[in-house]
Design a protein around this ligand. Structure first.
Ligand code: ADP
Ligand code: ASP
Ligand code: MG
Length: 408
């Protein structure tokens, strides 16, 4: 008998009908003789709707109350899914993150799991039950509910698979696996049979929302292979695992796009030692993660410092920079929400300078201006205007011939 952890995303449980289909799929797996722990996300766009409702109440809800609100979405889906399984006379129990004992740090809205207790789940499995767990949520040391960041149910599933030493962790979603680009943007994107943790981590961090980056990191650290596959078919998906160097023959594995980024610039700051440190210390103190950074050299002893942050953190970043701008005697702060970051990811990028040239050519051929560039061993990213993002992804995908050869 095997132990399987499965996770069903929001689109897989978007309606009562879909919940019944998922229930049937789970029961079939149980009848194959396996023990099952199933992590579920909130139904459809529930999480977005809950955030929207909070905004209608106030512009500044506290992060604690946001977590209290958002965690309700997953509680709805675990209870409905359990009812659907009960209705087929299979023993089942639903558990919240707190009931399982998923312990996180104190950072609301993007908490990290620090400990997973398994005794409750183990007891229920031994009693022959299917265990349905609310994804995306945990409990911190103050006994407050936390959430794990958007897409966090993936991380719940991988963390449970690691702690329970499950045979496999299956992430069921609305596409057939991980593709060379988002198949909704690039129709001829190719499904990857397997991908290394490092490449997947980079793709996920750069906008491939099919897996939460933290889930990939957790999988890598604990050696949990992750099988990303479709809820609606039986075909094999993509296995995320450690891939040996020799097996990596592709230079570019995928193209990604993140539209949820914003550019912030603090204008005409004095050009003296310590200024950059003040800027980024202020952001770090407010828990704002900064991505691309550019400091321009200017005349008359002043610079502009520009950087990108997630759209979620924009307000905090601008408030923090406005205060600092006054303190430093800078000219002020400007920001742009209408930008997007397009990236290529691949294990062999570091040693291959012609790859960057080719990516920039794809953008140039489309007449798209590059506002910022950042590179690492495993990726190259360009910041462009958001309205060109889909075109850019398709153009870059084409120039590297990543598709099935069916695009026009
Ligand atoms: P779920 O609700 O199952 O968690 P998500 O919406 O979080 O689903 O993730 C699945 C979506 O990820 C797909 O519908 C697809 O549009 C998007 N996606 C982005 N990049 C990729 C990629 N490279 N491969 C597959 N899917 C991708
Ligand atoms: N429901 C949460 C979200 O929409 C968590 C998840 O779906 O993984 O982000
Ligand atoms: Mg998701």
């Amino acid at each position: 008998m095997g132990l399987i952890v499965q996770k069903f995303g929001g689109s897989s449980v978007a309606t009562p009908e879909k919940i019944k289909n998922v229930a049937a799929r789970i029961i079939k797996e149980k009848q194959n003789g396996n023990q099952l722990v199933v992590v579920v996300s909130a139904m459809g766009d529930t999480t977005d709707h809950l955030i929207d409702m909070a905004r209608q109440i106030t512009d500044n809800p506290s992060d604690r109350e946001i977590d209290m609100l958002l965690s309700t979405g997953e509680q709805v889906s675990i209870s409905l899914l359990s009812m659907a399984i009960e209705a087929q006379s299979e023993p089942v129990i639903s558990l919240t993150g707190a009931q399982v004992g998923i312990i996180t740090n104190k950072v609301h809205r993007k908490a990290r799991i620090v400990e997973v207790h398994t005794h409750r789940i183990q007891r229920e499995l031994e009693a022959g039950k299917i265990v349905i767990v609310a994804g995306f949520q945990g409990l911190n040391e103050n006994d407050d509910i936390t959430t794990l960041g958007r897409g966090g149910s993936d991380t719940t599933a991988v963390a449970l698979a690691a702690s329970l030493k499950a045979d496999v962790c299956e992430i069921f979603t609305d596409v057939e696996g991980v593709f060379s680009a988002d198949p909704r943007i690039v129709p001829d994107a190719r499904k990857l049979d397997e991908i290394s943790y490092d490449e997947m981590l980079e793709m996920a961090s750069l906008g491939a929302v099919v897996l939460q980056p933290r889930a990939v990191e957790y999988g890598k650290n604990h050696g949990v292979p992750i099988h990303v596959r479709s809820t609606f078919t039986d075909s094999p998906g993509t296995i995320v695992k450690e891939v040996g160097l020799l097996e990596k023959e592709l230079v570019v594995s995928g193209v990604t796009c993140d539209k949820k980024v914003s550019k912030v610039a603090i204008m005409e700051v004095p050009d003296r030692p310590g200024v950059a440190s003040q800027v980024f210390t202020a952001l770090a103190n407010d828990n704002v993660s900064v991505d691309m950074i550019i400091q321009s050299i200017k005349r008359d002893g002043v610079n502009d410092i520009s950087f990108t942050v997630s759209e979620e953190d924009l307000k905090k970043a601008v408030t923090s920079m406005q205060k600092l701008s006054d303190d430093l005697g800078a000219k002020g702060v400007v920001y742009d929400m209408n930008v997007a970051k397009v990236s290529i990811v691949g294990a062999g990028l570091g040693g291959n300078p012609s790859v960057a040239a080719k990516m920039f050519k794809a953008l140039a051929d489309l007449g798209i201006n590059i506002e910022m560039i950042s590179t690492s061993e495993i990726k190259i990213s360009c910041l462009i205007q958001e309205r060109f993002a889909d075109q850019a992804v398709q153009g870059i995908h084409d120039i590297f011939e990543l598709g099935n050869g069916t695009s026009s």
